[in-house]
Design a protein around this ligand. Sequence first.
Ligand code: TPP
Length: 332
Amino acid sequence: MADAASSAVIGRNAPDPELLLDMFGKMILVRQMEERLGELHKQGRTRGPIHRCDGQEAVGIAGTAPLRASDTVTSTHRGHAHYIGKGLDPHRVVAEIFGRVTGYSRGKAGHMLIADVEQGMIGGNAIVGAGIPLALGQALAHQLHGRGDVAVTFFGDGAAQAGICHEAMNMAGLWKLPIVFICEHNEYGLTAHARYQSAVEDLVIRAAGYNMPGVKIDGNDVLQVYETVGEAVERARAGEGPTFIEAKTYRLVGFSTSDMGGYQPQAEIDAWRPRDPILRTRKLLLELTGEERIRKTEEEAITACDKAFELALSDPLPDASEADVPEFVGAH
Ligand SMILES: Cc1ncc(C[n+]2csc(CCOP(=O)(O)OP(=O)(O)O)c2C)c(N)n1
């Protein structure tokens, strides 16, 4: 349990050690899942390349932790941490990736398009930036329903350069919509560094132009992500409108498992490696809960991952007769 020293570390809106352990376990689960997907892609067993989020797990996991199921999330092509954070079942996520009937869309969507309406996961998206206006529409619906639900949209620094991002932020500011814009600034859009894509280094300054608060955070600090998103969600629930959060982070691996690499300088990768959010959360937990609880959480996450793959890979593929039957994502 938290002692006096740890409550100094943990501030308002911050998770208690149990929640921190939970987020730690989920980050490990995502890392494990993606490592295995990477291996299976090498063996030609996945349907296309996999976009891994190694090093970015804190944004997805802690950025969804303050949400309830009725809050909605739109994701990107790099969405595994958002799916797991939003409460999706790892078995059904893996099953979807391998095209099994037990997947969230009976195996017809694949890893970039996973959705589950019941958990408020509106979906990943292969079209860069396209999740942003979807979340805007959700936010308008939430405002009209008046139940205090909030829309959250995750997008990359590349997507932040798309016109639709600016249009959505303007409308959100204008109508004070309950939406949180979370930019995962991982420094690259495909192989191009952000300096070739943006006139400004810190995208957060744009928030002022849309009359919303903008907060720049260390996206590899699980507590900072949790607290900042928690506060933005509270603002949105209270009818105070949108927030733009720029989470500075870094992807430690290539754009996808098909990436030939070579464009991320080794010195840059080496500088970010010690800032890996899993290592940092582990260090923090060591003070709060001790090694034994950490080990148990790590083992549980690995077992959950083993189980997800074991079940998913022995699940059946859809029957050929279903080939031309449309499946609405997350509709069952
Ligand atoms: C509209 C559109 N344009 C281009 C692409 C090709 N594309 C896929 S991902 C990507 C880069 C995205 O960068 P960012 O938004 O920073 O996300 P990250 O991959 O860094 O997570 C591009 C250009 C696409 N899928 N959709």
